[in-house]
Design a protein around this ligand. Structure first.
Ligand code: GUN
Length: 290
């Protein structure tokens, strides 16, 4: 039995960060200022706090300026919108990221809509989502763009391949489908209401799993030789030793017997997201510098 390849997202992300750092140095030389990224965190969700800390560190390591805003979970929507307005007007800031999810009393769509599309390094603003959907150049959501980079590195031209995206979120599933379509794939989006998901997944040359359900995608669903991108980050408690560990949306050990290549969790897509965020911030800085 052949075993598939494990895609080294961690290594790819390190290379991308090094390239961005070079680009940042060249930008600073030319413009006499560093690109700046502002990250807004509302509340103290532990997972979000870890992400935000890592983003800050990596931003500085890439040679950019990092601005962090930690706000209490009780902050009102108006106050948050005021902060976004300040960041929009701040010349030192090229990228604004407001960590999601936000507390229930704040309307996420209103907050995203308040971000200047030119500084929307998450690519969540409807203007940027619309540009992506209509094939225009734009800031693209970090996680799906990272997935496409890994896929193109592994497979080269994706044209004509059958791609199945599992999950239809605005953050991953929908932009992922748009990016695959732009690469000339035949794209299907599967979701919680999809009938016979196993047979839908089985036609795919490319499977992108982004549902947030631990090891939901079984090995036998995968067509032999398919490439699998696992976006899931799920914490599970081991019934034997009681310890918690992180697993993806795909049953990786089973899938390895079927795939051509698969991203591991952790160390696959996760590190790509921050690397692409830094890349998007540099892209936004260049666009703003004209
Ligand atoms: N929460 C989970 N993923 C993301 C992301 O890519 N961007 C933001 N802003 N929040 C998130």
């Amino acid at each position: 039995m052949t075993i598939g390849k494990i895609i080294d997202g961690k290594g790819f992300a390190a290379t991308l960060r090094a390239q961005v750092a070079e680009g940042v140095a060249a930008f600073a030389e030319k413009t006499a200022r560093k690109p700046g990224l502002a990250v807004v965190l509302v509340g103290e969700d532990p997972a979000s706090s870890v992400y935000v800390r890592n983003k800050g560190k990596m931003t500085l390591a890439a040679g950019m300026e990092s601005f962090e805003f930690k706000l209490p979970a009780t902050i009102g929507e108006e106050e948050l919108l005021d902060l976004i307005e300040e960041l929009n007007a701040d010349e030192r800031i090229d990228g604004i990221l407001c960590q999601l999810p936000l507390p229930k009393h704040i309307d996420e769509a209103s907050v995203i809509a308040a971000i200047d599309p030119a500084k929307d390094v998450d690519g969540f603003h409807v203007v940027n989502a619309g540009r992506l959907a209509t094939g225009q150049e734009t800031l693209v959501p970090c996680t799906p763009l990272g997935c496409i980079m890994l896929l193109k590195d592994e497979l080269g031209d994706l044209g004509g391949l059958e791609a199945v995206v599992i999950g239809r979120s605005n953050i991953v599933g929908k932009p992922m489908a748009q990016l695959l379509l732009a690469e000339n794939c035949t794209v299907t989006i599967a979701h919680s209401r999809t009938r016979d998901i196993a047979s839908v997944v089985h036609r795919a040359d490319i499977v992108v799993a982004a549902v947030g359900r631990a090891e939901m995608v079984k090995g036998e669903w995968i067509k032999p030789g398919a490439t699998v991108i696992d976006v899931g980050i799920n914490r599970v408690v081991d019934t034997e030793d009681g310890k918690s560990r992180i697993v993806g949306d795909v049953a990786t050990a089973e899938a390895l017997a079927h795939v051509r290549a698969i991203t591991p969790v952790p160390g696959g897509v996760g590190p790509m997201t921050i690397a692409v965020l830094l890349r998007n911030t540099l892209v936004a800085a260049h666009a703003r510098a004209g």
